[in-house]
Design a protein around this ligand. Structure first.
Ligand code: 2BA
Length: 147
């Protein structure tokens, strides 16, 4: 269990915990892989959320998931990029959180995941919690706690 006094200091930074959906780069599950290839190249993030109808969270997409479909025996082929869509290749076994302020849960999951999608109980994607923002929170903590 996290010490309540420590948790209180962590929560002083709580307005920065979530990057809202409006500021997160995403693709739609029914987008072609050609479109997704261009988006990932442009935004430069290694993995981004995939959304379905009504902003429902569907999964995550990275460039290797796309380039895997281009591998031939001796050369790369772009042929499948227009016939397959994001939903065909995305990762669906994804750790998500409903409550971004559940410190215990978030810290455990951020060990193995660089970011966590925040998903409401309705399935709607509302934003992400990133390691970067949490590192800033820790920085604040270690400069605040006195022995
Ligand atoms: P990565 O793309 O592997 O990025 C690792 C770290 O590199 C990021 O950590 C950030 O500090 C920096 N970084 C990478 N691309 C950046 C860019 N275009 N602008 C600014 N900084 C960039 P975090 O900020 O902790 O993000 C962790 C992961 O969360 C990222 O891993 C990415 O997969 C995802 N992510 C973060 N912000 C995002 C956003 N606005 N839209 C979509 N995905 C995002």
């Amino acid at each position: 269990m996290i010490d309540p006094e420590i948790n209180e200091i962590l929560m002083q930074n709580k307005e920065h915990f979530v990057i809202p959906a409006s500021r997160v780069a995403t693709v739609q599950a029914d987008n072609s892989l050609t479109h997704a290839f261009l988006v990932l190249t442009k935004v430069r993030y290694s993995k981004i959320p995939v959304l379905g109808a009504d902003d429902q969270f569907e999964g995550l997409l990275s460039m290797p998931m796309i380039t895997e479909t281009m591998l031939g025996l001796e050369k790369l082929s772009f042929d499948k990029l227009d016939t397959l869509c994001v939903g065909d290749v995305m990762q669906t076994d994804v750790a998500t959180i409903e409550n971004p302020y559940d410190t215990e849960d978030v810290l455990h999951l951020l060990v193995d995941n660089p970011f966590l999608p925040v998903v409401a109980d309705t399935g709607e994607f509302t934003g992400i919690v990133t390691r970067r923002e949490w590192m800033k929170t820790f920085n604040h903590l270690v400069h605040t706690v006195r022995g």
